[in-house]
Design a protein around this ligand. Structure first.
Ligand code: TXA
Ligand code: MG
Length: 342
């Protein structure tokens, strides 16, 4: 058990806070901090015992590898014998930013970071607090999303607090994260990059830079028996407190299901675009933003999933969205969170 220390950073970065948090990390403790995607739970990636603290706090399966976070491309290079040309090109265009590169590992990080794999995930986050921390530490920081394993990733310090207070040494509150969904995980060990997890950088953006981009077949065929290449993709994820049903259909169709389920004595929560929610009545309604701005939908998704509480509603209905751009990541997360698709 920890008495979790919480710091608040708003407008300008307080150097004293960064020093204290960085000292904790260097001492082998766990500290949660904001990135541009979601909050991460950090520990010294070169210290096996420190990394163990992350798995313990989250209740994370040991065979699910972690991403090593660094401030600069120079530090990323220290993680590999040689940076694959494709990774170099992508880094020049997209880092710092919401993308993680799977690279051949040279063993600099502790073996529990990579879960024994020969590859390592490396990311350069684009958030002033994350950047300041990583620069001050000057060590690679292993950091999964700072939620309890299985729950939606945290987009505010309050979400982190709900899940991990008393379980981690520190929490730097830097306000809401921007993107709201995790980074795109890209396998850079082959000639053609392969998306293992859709995220903040879209397939279309990657294609503009490198032309041909593949998607892990296990992502495309949700029902297929294909084993995902990203170990984390096989686990239950992003689960809200009650069942979530995805509904492909317009407001009229969603309303029919609401009415039908209410007749069964259920209280129904709906999350949908503003265009849809204005046409609906249910026990609780959360508008995720305009269907014409999938970036807004992505940013509000995890908070919405956490807002519906057991006891308030018995079932959540969510509409489906276009899989263009960031929509691919939105639908990936919703499909994993849902227990049924209508
Ligand atoms: O945006 C993000 O990526 C956030 C912030 C905190 O940086 N981090 C994050 O970490 O989402 P996590 O641990 O929740 O998800 C990492 C994903 C998992 O699906 C994991 O299996 C995959 O990346 N991964 C990590 N190392 C890998 C490797 N060597 N090969 C394949 N997949 C890997
Ligand atoms: Mg996660």
């Amino acid at each position: 058990m920890f008495k979790t220390k919480c710091w608040h950073i708003r407008e300008s970065i307080d150097k004293q806070v960064i020093k204290e948090a960085s000292n904790m990390l260097r001492d082998g403790l766990t500290v949660a901090f904001p990135t541009e995607t979601v909050y991460g739970l950090g520990a010294d990636a070169t210290n096996e015992k420190a990394v163990q603290g992350i798995f313990q706090a989250k209740g994370r399966p040991a065979d699910n590898p972690l991403i090593a976070h660094v401030a600069t491309i120079e530090q990323a290079k220290e993680m590999v014998d040689e940076l694959p040309p494709i990774a170099k090109t992508l880094m020049t265009h997209f880092s710092p930013g919401p993308i993680t590169y799977i690279l051949p590992s040279n063993g600099k990080c502790a073996t529990n970071v990579t879960a024994g794999l020969s590859t390592i995930g490396v990311r350069l986050p684009d958030h002033p607090v994350a950047q300041a921390l990583l620069k001050e530490c000057d060590i690679p920081i292993a950091a999964p999303s700072a939620n309890l394993s299985g729950k939606p990733s945290p987009t505010t310090a309050d979400h982190v607090w709900q899940d991990l207070s008393g379980k981690i040494a520190g929490l730097v509150d830097g306000g809401s994260t921007g993107v709201g969904l995790e980074s795109t995980v890209v396998d850079c060990t082959q000639d053609i990059p392969i998306i293992l997890r859709p995220g903040g950088i879209t397939k279309e953006q990657l294609e503009q830079v490198v032309g041909n981009v593949m998607v892990d077949p296990a992502l495309v065929h949700h029902q297929s028996s294909q084993k995902p290449k990203s170990p984390g993709m096989k686990y239950t994820h992003y689960a809200p407190a009650v069942d979530l049903w995805l509904v492909s259909g317009d407001a009229k169709r969603i309303q029919e299901i609401v009415t039908e389920q209410q007749a069964n004595g259920k209280r129904i929560g709906v999350m949908a675009s503003t265009e849809t929610t204005v046409r609906l009545q249910a026990d609780a309604i959360i508008s995720l933003g305009s269907e014409h701005n999938l970036g807004d939908i992505a940013a509000s998704l995890y908070d919405a999933l956490r807002t519906f509480k057991e006891g308030d509603v018995d079932l959540i209905l969510c509409e489906t969205f276009s899989e263009k751009g960031i929509g691919q990541a939105v639908m990936n997360r919703l499909t994993k969170a849902a227990t049924r698709h209508i």
